[in-house]
Design a protein around this ligand. Structure first.
Ligand SMILES: Cc1cc2nc3c(=O)[nH]c(=O)nc-3n(C[C@H](O)[C@H](O)[C@H](O)COP(=O)(O)OP(=O)(O)OC[C@H]3O[C@@H](n4cnc5c(N)ncnc54)[C@H](O)[C@@H]3O)c2cc1C
Length: 446
């Protein structure tokens, strides 16, 4: 088949590679000057940075993890790191997840957290139902102390909305419940791990996270058309047209609100739903520093409090690969979410980011030799209370339409790149079946 894939992020490029290996004629149409999307990286002199905040390669899915490492030259092309993350809790460095680090708080805070945790635990065991909004979910799941000391300030900083106006459904699969024994052990000072699936991660030695996309394109045997904005997608009796060119099949991975105007046959009600799918945006601040001693052995730090500046997470990015910074230097990424009201080129504001990191003890401002920033309009999904119903209607229409759509914002799934690759494998299977049988059955994704 002649297949058009809209968008050249990891979703589009991974699927293109799989389909081309089956002998299909595949074209990826990408608006930007090169592929990569949210996985892109950039260089300033001898510094390398990821554009959309700190990215790591990790997965619970061994087949996908192997696929991703292969694209980066395997173990030889990557650095393997044991995750060391902390929460900067006032003047303390508390291990993450916060529940597992509770013994590192002040004694009073530990007692408050444990009291609330046990009360919440008992209420759940007594049948207290899972709340539908995220604010109440935090209390239900973690209790009042954990909520006040970390979960609420941190989540308000990242989501920029009243947490009771957010849905809770999206956290269910993402935040595994730590065994109560682990929390009790942590409270008496015995460290426990938590989130073991992420305890080790990989990163490309050279080229930043984008190296994974470059390795997907290299030898991928598909056509990649960059600097091409998809403006018109039409359906005809015998196939489809994209920007006037005929194709047998169209697969979208572009953020739905960005591509909606191009599709000619979306019903008005579904268009309304798509337009209401708002993203949370992210300014990623890229900071190079001159070092007189190596950076501490840390991966990233969560910054929940306003006095630490606007950053919600700071990545010790040169710890991921020594090639990310020149000799004698190190580099950081500082992530700041927003709702369209920040400008990456506002130097005065960038300085407030550095000042906050200085106050938090992450870096010293006189060490900074490079300060740049990059805006990402589509970074996180705004999980308001209507989101689940709205996206269900949109996916239902697309899945029955003959077009296929997937990707972090192509399907509005809160997915990391490994899950995008898994989705590409599932869409690949669907297209194999379609090519074999000719039956345009609706797409069904687990
Ligand atoms: C802060 C942050 C941290 C993350 N950390 C990790 C991590 O540690 N590990 C991990 O695996 N994942 C991580 N992710 C997730 C990861 O970045 C995404 O899952 C993945 O990059 C999504 O890829 P995609 O191809 O679905 O979408 P995108 O990368 O958004 O690709 C969509 C593409 O469509 C193009 N496009 C837009 N409009 C048009 C048009 N009209 N015509 C043609 N092309 C168009 C865009 O230029 C873009 O290239 C993180 C994401 C964020 C925001």
């Amino acid at each position: 088949m002649k297949i058009a894939i809209l968008g050249g992020g990891i979703s589009g490029c991974a699927l293109a590679r799989m389909l081309a290996a089956d002998g299909h004629q595949v074209t990826v149409l990408e608006r930007s000057e090169r592929p990569g999307g949210l996985c892109k990286s950039r260089r300033y002199d001898d510094f390398t940075f990821d554009e959309a905040g700190g990215h790591i390669i990790f997965s619970k899915d061994q087949e996908v993890l192997d696929w991703q490492l292969d694209r980066c030259g395997g173990e030889a092309g990557t650095q393997r790191t044991e995750r060391k993350t902390r929460i900067r809790w006032h003047d303390r460095w508390v291990p993450y997840p916060f529940e597992n680090g509770v013994g590192h708080l002040t004694k009073e805070a530990t007692v408050e957290c444990m009291k609330g945790y046990i009360e919440a635990y008992v209420s759940r065991r007594m049948g207290e139902p899972c709340p539908e909004n995220f604010g109440d979910w935090i209390q239900w799941r973690m209790g009042d102390g954990f909520a006040r000391h970390f979960m609420v300030p941190y989540n308000e900083k990242i989501w920029k909305r009243d947490l009771t106006t957010m849905a809770s459904a999206w956290v269910a699969g993402r935040v595994p419940e730590a065994p109560i024994e682990d929390i009790l052990r942590s409270a008496i000072g015995v460290d426990t791990e938590g989130y073991t699936h992420q305890s080790v991660f990989w990163f490309p030695l050279r080229g930043g996270f984008e190296a994974m996309v470059a390795g997907t394109v290299d030898g991928g045997a598909f056509d990649l058309s960059c600097n091409v904005e998809v403006q018109r997608v039409e359906r005809h009796a015998d196939g489809f047209k994209v920007n006037g060119e005929p194709f047998d099949l169209v697969v979208n991975t572009v953020p739905l609100p960005q591509i909606e105007p191009a599709f000619q046959d979306i019903p008005d009600a579904i268009r309304g739903d798509i337009r209401a799918l708002r993203p949370i945006s992210l300014v990623n601040v890229m900071i190079g520093v001159k070092l007189d001693e190596p950076l501490p052995d840390l991966s990233w730090i969560y910054l929940p409090f306003p006095d630490q500046g606007p950053t919600n997470r700071a990545t010790y990015y040169s710890n991921y690969s020594k090639f990310n910074a020149p000799e004698g230097h190190g580099c950081f990424l500082a992530e700041v979410t927003h709702r369209g009201d920040l400008r990456a080129d506002d130097r005065e504001w960038l300085q407030t980011v550095v000042d906050g990191l200085d106050r938090a003890g992450i870096l010293r401002k006189e060490q900074v030799v490079l300060l740049e920033a990059c805006n990402n309009e589509y970074a996180y999904i705004d999980q308001d209370l209507e989101f689940a119903a709205r996206i269900a209607r949109v996916r239902k229409w697309f899945d029955g339409s003959g077009y296929l759509t997937f990707g972090r914002f192509g399907r509005y799934e809160y997915h990391n790149s490994d899950q995008c690759v898994r989705r590409a494998m599932q869409v690949h299977q669907h297209i194999r079946e379609l090519a074999r049988s000719g039956d345009r059955a609706p797409l069904v994704l687990p």
